[in-house]
Design a protein around this ligand. Structure first.
Ligand SMILES: Cc1ncc(COP(=O)(O)O)c(C=O)c1O
Length: 488
């Protein structure tokens, strides 16, 4: 790791803890309901944390998507939104922000990230079997690509699958494999190469600029396009500042513009990138813009709102500029690093090095006794909600989809993701998470498996229903009561 964050603040007593560089001016009351109620909530929600009701959730670490704290500047921008079906001034302010921050001339608004994936798949996947090489899939990207008859191939280096690692760029796209895939498949069957910033499903792991340069070179040689999923671009850029020596003295703006400059098309979920709602696709190539333009009114809404409320468009514009502020963007990665490093020191198997968007617990390792057929990550996610009232997200085989023959495809990694949305939690809440997870690790033998009782055919992890294979939740409650007495 080449540079300490420019916003690291040292404590005289030597403690190494992240310091909040913001103050809290609007608060929301939280409840921690008793463990018996948490068990009822699990049964009501099919042991699937997506189906929980927030009245039963204490710390909501499901995702950072649409849950990052908005700044005062974003909130105030929402008040001068220009309500108009067409030609809204809010849109032009957003278009300017996209040009200033992402350095792309043409912008197509969409209602959220997956809508961009739908448009891109619709526009570019022309025949069954078209192949999209990528560093790693994201659930919705895969679902849209396959929906249009396409296939994907994931091209990571072996180190990326090494859960416990010190490699700074586990999200790098394997360029040797990329060359081989292009040769084997033929450029005519590859609509584009997809690079995902801060690769979500392998633990929020970044790729380096050096890697993207190599991918760009290969793309140029073969006349292929690069599509950058920029949903977590700010965090990837922040980690480049920290970890890629060439950029130790650069600014967020410089790194972001180098990254977007190497992509033909950039798309994003604004729920993540700009702490708002909405999403977008941008490019500096007019021909590319025209290939997608007509699809926006068809699927999303008129070209100057794309299914997003004008208030959110204003918040998105301000949020994009704020992405360039290192004191804002550093906050979540610093909290995550604290969470990951402390839990690792306590013996809990974590994905390392700490990435972005959340801390990831290695359920395959922690719940070795649960076979993958019984979903170790889903089981750990349910068990952690039961013991802590903390809602994480399963990122393992339940999040995978079945193959075309209906067979299970087991995930490379079984992870419990504990998302740390930007500027939402306090350090004592993070300490509570560490305390309860350490306790659960010490009692991990009590966690049992799950089985599906309701399985939707697409994106089953959202609404699927499961149940425990034994009375393990009751046993876990008994041990909790023994150790914590009447504590919530
Ligand atoms: C990397 C990545 N791409 C795409 C998406 C989809 O975005 P949305 O949830 O706004 O549809 C997400 C959402 O989490 C994501 O993390």
């Amino acid at each position: 790791m080449s540079r300490k964050s420019s916003v690291t603040i040292k404590f005289h007593n030597g403690e190494d803890i992240p310091l909040e560089l913001h103050k809290v001016r609007v608060v929301q009351k939280l409840n921690l309901v008793p463990i018996e109620r948490r068990l009822e909530a699990l049964y009501e929600g099919g042991f699937n944390t997506f189906r929980l009701n927030t009245k039963d959730v204490f710390l909501d670490m499901l995702t950072d998507s649409g849950t990052n704290a908005m700044s005062d500047m974003q909130m105030s921008a929402m008040m001068h939104a220009d309500d108009a079906y067409a030609g809204s001034q809010s849109f032009f302010r957003l278009q300017k922000a996209v040009e200033d921050v992402l350095k792309k001339k043409y912008f197509l608004p969409v209602h959220q990230g997956r809508a961009a994936e739908n448009i891109l798949s619709h526009a570019y996947i022309k025949k069954k079997g078209d192949l999209i090489p990528m560093n790693y899939h994201f659930t919705t990207a895969l679902a849209h690509i396959t929906q249009y008859g396409g296939r994907i191939v994931e091209l990571l280096y072996d180190e990326a699958y090494n859960i416990s690692s010190s490699h700074p760029f586990k999200g790098n796209l394997n360029v040797e494999k990329l060359e081989a895939v292009i040769k084997e498949t033929g450029v005519e069957n590859i609509p584009f190469i997809r690079m995902e910033a801060s690769t979500n499903l392998i633990g929020g792991q970044p790729f380096s600029i050096q890697n993207m340069r190599e991918v760009r070179k290969i793309a140029d040689t073969h006349g292929l396009r690069i599509v950058l999923d920029a949903s977590l671009l700010g965090e990837n850029a922040y980690l480049i500042l920290q970890r890629e020596p060439e950029f130790a003295g650069s600014s967020m703006e410089e790194v972001i513009s180098i990254m977007t400059g190497m992509a033909d098309i950039v798309y994003f979920s604004a729920r993540k990138l700009s702490s708002s709602r909405g999403g977008g696709i941008c490019t500096s190539d007019r021909a590319i813009y025209l290939e997608m333009e007509a699809l926006i009114p068809l699927f999303e809404g008129f070209l100057t709102y794309g299914g997003i409320s004008v208030r959110e468009i204003e918040a998105m514009a301000v949020g994009l500029y704020e992405t360039l502020d290192e004191t804002m963007i550093c906050q979540s990665p610093q909290f995550i690093a604290y969470l990951v490093n402390t839990l690792t020191a306590n013996g809990v198997p974590m994905v390392t090095p700490a990435g972005v968007l959340g801390a990831h617990v290695d359920a395959m390792q922690m719940c070795k006794h649960i076979p993958q057929t019984q979903y170790p990550a889903g089981s750990l996610t349910a068990a952690f909600f039961l013991t802590a009232g903390v809602r994480g997200m399963e990122r393992g085989s339940i999040s995978n989809q079945r193959d075309e023959n209906g067979n299970e495809t087991y995930a490379d990694m079984e992870l419990l993701r504990l998302a740390v949305p930007r500027r939402v939690f306090t350090l004592s809440q993070i300490k509570y998470v560490i305390d309860r997870m350490t306790w659960l690790y010490e009692n991990r033998h009590l966690i049992g498996g799950l089985k599906f009782v309701y399985e939707p055919p697409v994106l089953r992890f959202f609404m699927g229903g499961l149940e425990p294979v034994s009375d393990w939740p009751q046993q876990l409650i008994a041990k909790f009561k023994k150790d914590f007495g009447d504590s919530l």
